[in-house]
Write a protein that binds this ligand. Structure first.
Ligand SMILES: *Cc1c(COP(=O)(O)O)cnc(C)c1O
Length: 441
């Protein structure tokens, strides 16, 4: 696969190079120059494959020539080793559950795929890397869990002290090994500033610093796989279009859906479902892109005021707003409607939505009015309701259970390291003192 930058000023690179660089040297985001397009008979032949098996087949097609088939099969099947069922909730209305991975959120798909491929590439080149991540909760947990135990890579996750949930903290801070969680006495923005300064600091070049945020194409690509799997699980006839409603923040998940569409997935329309942080729906309606500070909501992983995958989404539509607006409709769901959707979906169908999934579901309902009758609507559910027990209890009067394997999470010892100050000097000293051991652990 060859990729070029949305900045238009960078040399084309291989998938392996794009994955290791993260961002292109011209500051743009990498996009495939061409994608294979799978016709209906080919898709039909894949019906009945499990998601892990389909992910291996698609990866073989996409990464052909860059990795030997046996390596692809090993890496991809160990990365995507959990299901993503599509559940019928009401007639013609489905939920694609993306929350059955280790951190109970869809970011597990991208983080685990990126981690496995990155570790393999470093093994080939003999290099070592340190991944730096600033997180307000979900990204850091998915990256920490995804990279845990992957050779040649150390991960340093910075999170704001007291501002992530106890469960999210445990998922970053109880691993040990090659994962270090750093608790920063400040805000998420402080964490992000420290990470940015470190990336620009020539004194740290020996650490092989790299990032794993959602602009990395290695996180995006595997998210295209579950759209195809979900489609094949529900349509009567391959070729019939469906609608996908995507709870959106940084627009990585939505962009991955458009990549799947370019590979032949029959989509009538995408719905960009946002909470009141509605930069994309506003742009689709007015043509004005207005970045701004995010407002806090109960679907907080979508509280994004300047979505970082926007340039990719535009580039995929030729830079043309009308073309984007034809393919993607935006719907904004406020807090009251999010809460009402949790209540009403439970009352009507006994189906439990978390706040992010509820935004997607509500936006899908609105889209139905504007669509051809009978077109199935698949709403993506990005987080397990048990992660947002407080909001669910407020609406339904009970707190949902986490899956059994999490029963003892609160008892595991916390290994996070407090940073003394939010100054870059303090963080740099910390990074230099704890430079990676030769085996990368
Ligand atoms: C990150 C996240 C989102 C937003 O996804 P994007 O790819 O950034 O648009 C939605 N829901 C949950 C639970 C998330 O963690």
């Amino acid at each position: 696969m060859r990729l070029t930058s949305t900045g238009g000023q960078a040399q084309p690179v291989t998938f392996a190079e794009a994955l290791q660089r993260g961002i292109a040297p011209d500051g743009g985001l990498y996009l495939p120059v061409t994608l294979p397009r799978f016709a209906a008979p080919q898709l039909e032949a894949w019906r009945g494959l499990s998601l892990p098996a389909l992910a291996v087949r698609l990866s073989e097609e996409l990464l052909d020539g860059e990795f030997p088939p046996s390596v692809i099969a090993d890496l991809v099947s160990s990365a995507i080793d959990f299901p993503a069922p599509t559940v019928a909730v009401e007639p013609g209305r489905f939920v694609l559950e993306l929350f059955h991975g280790p951190t109970l959120a869809f970011k597990d798909f991208g983080a685990r795929f990126l981690a496995r491929l990155f570790g393999h590439l470093l093994g080939e080149s003999g290099a070592r890397a340190t991944i730096l991540v600033a997180t307000s909760g979900d990204t850091g947990s998915a990256v920490a869990q995804g990279f845990f135990g992957v050779p040649h890579i150390r991960v340093v996750v910075l999170y704001p002290t007291g501002k992530v949930s106890p469960f999210q903290r445990a998922q970053m801070a109880t691993l040990g090994g090659n994962i270090t969680a750093v608790s920063v006495p400040g805000t998420f923005d402080d964490c992000q500033r420290l990470v940015k300064s470190a990336f620009l600091d020539p004194d740290l070049s020996a650490l092989g610093l790299s990032s794993a945020n959602s602009i990395n194409i290695g996180r995006l690509l595997p998210q295209a796989f579950y759209y195809l799997a979900s489609y094949l699980a529900i349509v009567d006839r391959v070729g019939d279009p469906v609608i996908f409603s995507v709870p959106s923040g940084n627009l990585g998940n939505l962009t991955a859906g458009v990549l799947a569409q370019r590979m032949g997935l029959p989509v009538e329309r995408f719905v960009a479902a946002t909470n009141v942080n509605d930069v994309l729906p506003e742009f689709l309606a007015t043509g004005v892109y207005r970045a701004r500070a995010a407002r806090p909501t109960i679907s907080n992983a979508m509280d994004v005021g300047d979505p970082n995958n926007f340039p990719r989404l535009m580039a995929l539509h030729g830079g043309d707003r009308a073309s984007l607006a034809g393919n993607v409709h935006g719907h904004v769901i406020d807090e009251a409607e999010t809460r009402a959707t949790i209540r009403e979906t439970w009352a009507r169908s006994s189906y439990l939505l978390d706040p992010h999934g509820a935004v997607g579901y509500a936006a899908g309902l609105r889209q139905r009015a504007a669509s051809r009758p009978g077109t199935p609507i698949v709403s993506l559910a990005t987080a397990h309701p048990g992660k947002f027990g407080g909001a669910i209890r407020e609406e339904l009067g009970f707190e949902p259970q986490l899956p059994d394997r999490f029963r003892d999470w609160a008892a595991r010892p916390l290994l996070d390291v407090p940073l003394a100050a939010t100054t870059y000097g303090a963080f740099k000293a910390f990074l230099m003192e704890r430079s990676p051991a030769p085996d990368g652990h």
